[in-house]
Design a binder for this molecule. Sequence first.
Ligand SMILES: Nc1ncnc2c1ncn2[C@@H]1O[C@H](COP(=O)(O)OP(=O)(O)OP(=O)(O)O)[C@@H](O)[C@H]1O
Length: 268
Amino acid sequence: MIEVLNISKKIDRKLVLENLSFTCTSPSATAVCGTNGSGKSTFLKMLAGIYEPTKGKVTRGTKKIGYVPEHFPENLRFRLKEYLLLTASFQDISKKEIEAELSEYTSLFGIEPFLHTPLKQCSKGTKQKAGLIQALLMKPEILLLDEPLTGLDTASQHKLIQLLEKLKKEICIIFTTHEDIMIEKLADHILYVETGEVICPKERTKEERLIKVKFNNKETFKQVDAFHIEYEGDTALLTVDKDRSDQILMDLLHKECSVLEVREKRRQ
Ligand SMILES: Nc1ncnc2c1ncn2[C@@H]1O[C@H](COP(=O)(O)OP(=O)(O)OP(=O)(O)O)[C@@H](O)[C@H]1O
């Protein structure tokens, strides 16, 4: 969906980013991390096409790119709903669909009372929500979010994270953040802009347990939350999340399985 090849960026003759590469080929969420001033926002702007790289190349597989800046643009003369309808009207989406989605998102983020308020008079958090809704309304295939939790109250932060958890199964989400909760809940990959290193936090750290049981009926495993089950005769080898393994063991015992073995496995 998006490929960044050896990009560097100079602003005012200062090298802000150097030789960064990154690829997002399938739906996922990537956290862009680094210290203040390390170039995270600059990187996101290059993905969005707002900045051109000084060196290297950004290839985008789609034009449906939603971008939410860290700070909502100042001094827009529109009222909130008017602004959202206007930005959505540039997309190839029916008016009816836009109205339905707008109503869903404004209700989710609790901003119905401000729909007819001039943007200039909206609070920082409401403007941030307007920025997010504007990007979501265009049904992006790539969603770029610059510190998306900034200015949101706790309830809205959780709602946004839940929404992004669903969306990342369908689209490519790239977000900058300093918040651990965003990384823990969402990130499939972390890109450190200072070093250019990309890691897969969950794949590296997720610990798994293997449970071998003797069973009477395969139906027993229908509701069992296992990553993988291998059968051999009347035994089954289940690969499960270590954090959930005690609960799964209890369930299996209640379903009259005999536990033969429990051991650790670390994902590769
Ligand atoms: N338009 C600009 N003009 C001059 N310098 C800029 C401009 N945009 C970014 N910079 C410089 O580039 C560097 C990286 O800025 P950037 O905003 O990308 O960092 P960041 O990692 O997002 O920081 P933060 O975590 O504080 O949001 C900084 O030194 C900043 O001063």
